[in-house]
Ligand binder design. Sequence first.
Ligand SMILES: Nc1ccn([C@@H]2O[C@H](COP(=O)(O)OP(=O)(O)OP(=O)(O)O)[C@@H](O)[C@H]2O)c(=O)n1
Ligand SMILES: C[C@](O)(CO)[C@H](O)COP(=O)(O)O
Length: 231
Amino acid sequence: MSGAVALILAGGMGTRMGRPKQFIEILGRPALYYTLRAFQEAPEVERIYAVGEAERIRALASASGIDKLAGCAGPGETRALSARNGLLLCREEDGTVCMIHDGSRCLVTPQLVGRVVRAVEQGAEGAIPVVPVSDTVKVAEDGRVLKTLDRSSLRAAQTPQAFRLGVLRQVFSAPEEVLCEATDDASLVERAGGEVRLVPGERTNIKLTTPEDLILAEAILAAREQSGSRP
Ligand SMILES: Nc1ccn([C@@H]2O[C@H](COP(=O)(O)OP(=O)(O)OP(=O)(O)O)[C@@H](O)[C@H]2O)c(=O)n1
Ligand SMILES: C[C@](O)(CO)[C@H](O)COP(=O)(O)O
C-alpha cells in the first residue's frame, strides 16, 4: 500500500445544476457514494478526507462501508478555499501523496486513482489526468472569435490531481485572491514553477455540472453494472 491520502471536495452549492450535486441520487445512491467508493477500493489510498456537510458525509460513509474516511472539514467560499480547509485535516508528513478530487466527479475509477498516485511516486511533482480536446476551441470576446487555438496541444484536465503534501501546503499558502483565480489545483503548482505530469484520464470521468450530465452519469453507471463491474 502506498499510504496516499485523498481529499474529496463536496462543499459546493451546485449553482449550475440548480442544487448541490454531491447528494443527488443516481441509481438510488447519492453521487458522493460512488466517488467515495472508488477511493475506498483503490489499494493505494490509506485515508480519505472530505470537505462539505460533515454529519451527512459521515453518515453516508458509515452506512456504505467507507471506513477509510478519517475526517471532514467545513466548506470554504470557493473550491480552492474548500481545498485549503481540507488540507488542514491532513496530519501526514510532507512526503505523503495527496490527491485532490471533485466530489462531483463520481465516475472516477480506482484504476485512475492508481495511475496518478504512481506518477507522483515515480518522481513527478504533480500528476493530473487529462483527455484530448475533441472540439475546436475558439478564444472569444463580445460574441466574436479572436482566434482559434491549436487543438493538438490542448488537453482537458480532470481530477484526481496528485501531489506531495509538502507541495500542496506550500502552494495553498498563497494569498486568497491567487487561490480563488485557480480553477484547478495543478495551476497553483504550475504558477510556483512545479512540473506537472500528464497521465491518461478517462472520458467517462465527467464532472456533474449541469442537469444533462445526470443522464450521462446514470447511463455510464448502468452500463458498468450490466458489464459486471459494480456501478
Ligand atoms: N465552495 C466550494 C465549491 C466547490 N466545491 C467542490 O468542488 C468540486 C468542483 O466544483 P463545482 O463542480 O464547480 O461544484 P459547485 O461549486 O457545487 O457547482 P457550481 O459552480 O455550479 O455552483 C465539487 O465537487 C464541489 O462540491 C467545494 O467543495 N466548495
Ligand atoms: C478541477 C476541475 O474539475 C478540472 O477540470 C475543474 O476546473 C473544476 O471546475 P469547476 O468550475 O469548479 O467545476
